[in-house]
Design a protein around this ligand. Structure first.
Ligand code: B12
Length: 340
C-alpha cells in the first residue's frame, strides 16, 4: 500500500493551511524515515497538496493569505526533504528557470529537486528569468540542457522568446508546466526540444536523452492575421472600452462599488491576456479552459452566472474585425452553456 494515502495528504494540507511549517516538515521527514523515496514525498505529497490549495482557493474556502501561507510551508518542506536526501551530482549540469514574467517558482523547484535526486547537477534560477540574463548564464555554465517552466499560459509568448534564444545558442530546451497545456503541442509549436507533463516524466525523459522534436519548429503562420499583435499592443485600450460597454450592457454592474469595479477591470484584463495567448498559439481550448475556470471561481464568490457570458459578448462586439478571436470567444461561450 502506498504510504502517501489521501489521509496523509489531507493531514499535510491541514498543517500547511495552519502555516505549521515544523509540523509539515516532521510529517515529510517521518515518511522519509519510513523508507518512502524523497521523489515520492515531493511528487505524491507536496505536488498534489499544492493543486488542492489551488482548488480550495478557487472554491473560496481558502483566502489568498491562507494560500500564500500554505505555499510558503510547501517551499520549506521541499527544502527540508532536499537537505535530508542531499544527493551527490554524478551527471551533467541542467539549468532550471521560470519563463520571463512567470512567478510560479515552486513547480520548477520541485522539478529541480527531482532532477538532483536522479543525479543531475542542477542550477535553479527561480522565478521570471529575463532572456538576456539567462543566455549569459548559459554561456557561463555550458549546461547539457535548460528546463523552462511556465505555469500561466499567458506567459507563452514570452516563453517562446526564451525558447528561441536558448536554441539559438545551441542549448536543448525541455519545456513543462501547466501553461504548455496537456499533450505538449504548445511546447512543440514554440520550439522546445522536449516536453513532459510532470517532473517524474521529465526526469525519465532526460534519462533517455533529448531531443524528440524536429530540429526546426514550424513558423507561427497564423500570426500573420495581426490579431495577436493588436490584442497585445492595444490591451489597455481594449480593456477600458470593454469595461465601459459592459457597465452599460450588464445591469448588475450599475450598483458595483469602486472595489468591485476595480476587480472586474482586473478580471477583464485577464480575459484579454488569455485570449491573446490563445491567439498566439492558435489554440481556442486555452481560452475556453480559462473562461470555464473563471466562471467557477466567480460562481463560488456569488457573482451571477450571466456575468461571464455578458463579458464575452462585449469582447466579441469590440473585436468585430477579428474572426479568429471571435471564434475563440464563441467556443468559450458555448462551453459555458453546454453540459457541465
Ligand atoms: C501557489 C500558487 C501561486 C503562488 C506561486 C508561488 C510560488 N512560489 O510558486 C503566487 C501567489 C505567486 C501565485 C500567483 C498567481 N497565480 Co497562482 N497558483 C498557485 C497554486 C495554488 C499552486 C502552484 C503549485 O505550486 N502547483 C504545484 C505544482 C507541483 O503543480 P504543476 O504546475 O502541475 O507542476 C508539475 C508539472 O507541471 C511539472 N513541471 C512544472 N514545471 C516544469 C518545467 C519543466 C521543464 C517540466 C518538464 C515539467 C514541469 O512538474 C511539476 C511536478 O510534477 C496554483 C494551483 C495549481 N493547480 O497549481 C495556482 C494557479 C496556477 N495560479 C493561478 C493564477 C491565476 C495566478 C495569478 C494570475 C493570480 C492573480 N490574479 O494575480 C498570479 C500570477 C503570478 C505570475 N505572474 O506568475 C491560476 C492559473 C489559472 C489558469 N487557468 O491558468 C491557478 C491554477 C489558480 C488556482 N487557484 O487554481 N500563484
Amino acid at each position: 500500500m502506498n504510504p502517501i494515502s489521501e489521509t496523509v495528504i489531507d493531514h499535510y494540507l491541514k498543517l500547511a493551511g495552519l502555516a505549521d511549517e515544523y509540523g509539515a516538515i516532521d510529517l515529510a521527514l517521518d515518511l522519509l524515515d519510513r523508507g518512502v523515496p524523497a521523489e515520492d514525498v515531493l511528487l505524491d505529497l507536496v505536488a498534489p497538496a499544492q493543486a488542492r490549495v489551488g482548488e480550495l482557493w478557487a472554491a473560496d474556502e481558502w483566502s489568498v493569505a491562507r494560500e500564500h501561507a500554505a505555499t510558503a510551508v510547501s517551499d520549506r518542506v521541499v527544502a527540508a526533504v532536499a537537505a535530508h536526501a542531499r544527493p551527490r551530482p554524478t551527471r551533467e549540469r541542467i539549468i532550471v528557470a521560470c519563463a520571463d514574467g512567470e512567478y510560479h517558482a515552486l513547480p520548477a523547484r520541485l522539478l529541480t529537486e527531482v532532477l538532483r535526486l536522479r543525479g543531475w547537477q542542477v542550477d535553479f534560477l527561480g522565478a521570471s528569468v529575463p532572456d538576456a540574463h539567462l543566455i549569459t548564464y548559459l554561456h557561463q555554465t555550458d549546461p547539457e540542457a535548460v528546463a523552462i517552466s511556465c505555469t500561466l499560459p499567458t506567459r507563452l509568448p514570452r516563453a517562446h522568446a526564451t525558447l528561441t534564444a536558448c536554441r539559438s545558442v545551441g542549448v536543448p530546451v525541455l519545456a513543462g508546466g501547466r501553461g504548455f497545456g496537456p499533450g505538449g503541442h504548445r511546447a512543440r509549436l514554440l520550439g522546445a526540444d522536449a516536453w513532459a507533463s510532470s517532473a517524474r516524466l521529465a526526469a525519465d525523459r532526460l534519462d533517455r536523452g533529448l531531443p524528440p522534436f524536429p530540429p526546426q519548429p514550424a513558423a507561427l503562420e497564423h500570426l500573420a492575421d495581426g490579431e495577436y499583435t493588436y490584442l497585445a499592443g492595444r490591451r489597455g485600450d481594449l480593456v477600458a472600452r470593454v469595461t465601459r460597454t459592459l457597465s452599460a450592457a450588464y445591469p448588475p454592474m450599475a450598483s458595483y462599488d469602486a472595489r468591485q469595479m476595480e476587480t472586474t477591470a482586473e478580471d477583464l484584463a485577464h480575459y484579454a491576456d488569455f485570449l491573446a495567448a490563445a491567439l498566439y498559439v492558435d489554440d481556442g481550448a486555452l481560452f475556453t479552459d480559462f473562461v470555464t475556470w473563471t466562471a467557477g471561481v466567480l460562481r463560488a464568490r456569488g457573482v451571477p452566472d450571466g456575468a461571464v457570458p455578458a463579458a464575452l459578448d462585449v469582447f466579441a462586439g469590440e473585436l468585430r474585425d477579428f474572426p479568429r478571436a471571435r471564434r475563440f470567444l464563441a467556443a468559450a461561450a458555448a462551453a459555458l452553456t453546454g453540459p457541465s
